[in-house]
Design a protein around this ligand. Structure first.
Ligand code: ZN
Ligand code: ZN
Length: 167
């Protein structure tokens, strides 16, 4: 996902459109490795705005997530409204600006970051997923098992943990 911007840098106000379609293997997120179920498409426009280059576009792809409840894999469409500013390394005081080297912008790291940011907080194959039984491991979406359900109030659990840590 590299774009040469040599020509663009010559004239403030000039624009250039771009389009990428790449196959990526995976993303490393705080919730684990996420594999791609389709290629990553990124199309948009770069604009020379004087001291920096503005990149605006759309990223779309499909990833494979593991359900937090039943642990099954499912596919999830991801779309990002991408908007980033790029500037030369000596402009780095500007914190909102991504530094680029030479006359090439490498979009990959920022596109990956943007994709991670739009992943859901909870990964659920279905909002109504029943998950698996914590005792026998049965997938409760298929059949219900006979285990006695011990519902622990999460607030009580937190309190219990608090006291355990204090001891
Ligand atoms: Zn599930
Ligand atoms: Zn069970």
């Amino acid at each position: 996902m590299k774009l040469e911007i040599k020509e663009l840098l010559k004239f403030p106000g000039s624009e250039e459109v771009f389009e990428f379609n790449e196959n990526w293997d995976y993303l490393e997120t705080g919730q684990g490795i996420v594999k791609f179920a389709s290629s990553v498409s990124f199309s948009g426009k770069v604009t020379n705005i004087g001291n920096s280059v503005l990149a605006k576009g759309d990223v779309t792809t499909r990833v494979t997530l593991k359900c937090n409840r039943c642990l099954k894999l499912f596919e999830h469409d991801v779309a990002v409204d991408y908007l980033e500013e790029f500037c030369t390394p000596d402009e780095e005081e500007n914190e909102d600006c991504i530094a680029y080297d030479g006359e090439v912008i490498d979009f990959r790291p920022s596109v990956a970051e943007n994709l991670i940011l739009v992943l859901p907080m909870k990964w659920l194959c279905n909002v109504e997923c029943h998950g698996i039984c914590s005792q026998c491991g049965q997938d409760l979406n298929e059949i219900r098992c006979d285990c006695r359900e011990e519902k622990v109030d999460p607030r009580m659990q937190a309190l219990q943990k608090f006291f355990e840590e204090k001891e």
